[in-house]
Design a protein. Structure first.
Length: 121
């Protein structure tokens, strides 16, 4: 029952970030998988990019915050907007794993059923 365009923007942002933050000269690799877990849909976006330092893992979700690699295009709003869109759909967007030089895994969770709380978003 989600807005396909808005959820598409979330996935587009995660995939594009994975491609943009690839080590120079390395071919970009981004994998997307989806599964269900009880009442949630889980979408994982895994990249083999530069990774995010431990002290920046929550900060990258703040508006206008970017990682240490400011040479990639963008305004620093993508992950902030994506997390807000996930919340508006009753879900979450989190950084499950990241290691500098070894890439990152972002997880989008969405409820499988619309609840009264979700429908108010």
């Amino acid at each position: 029952m989600g807005d396909a365009n808005q959820l598409g923007r979330v996935l587009d942002n995660l995939i594009n970030n994975g491609l943009a933050y690839t080590e120079d000269g390395a071919p970009p690799r981004v994998r997307v998988s989806a599964a269900t877990d009880s009442s949630l849909a889980l979408v994982r976006v895994v990249d083999d990019g530069m990774g995010i330092a431990a002290d920046m893992r929550e900060a990258v979700f703040e508006p206008f915050r970017r990682g240490e690699h400011d040479n990639a295009p963008g305004s620093g709003l993508g992950l902030y907007i994506s997390r807000e869109l996930a919340r508006a759909h009753g879900g979450t967007l989190s950084l499950e794993r990241s290691e500098p030089g070894a890439g990152s895994t972002f997880v989008l969770t969405l409820p499988l059923r619309v609840t009264e709380t979700t429908s108010r978003a």
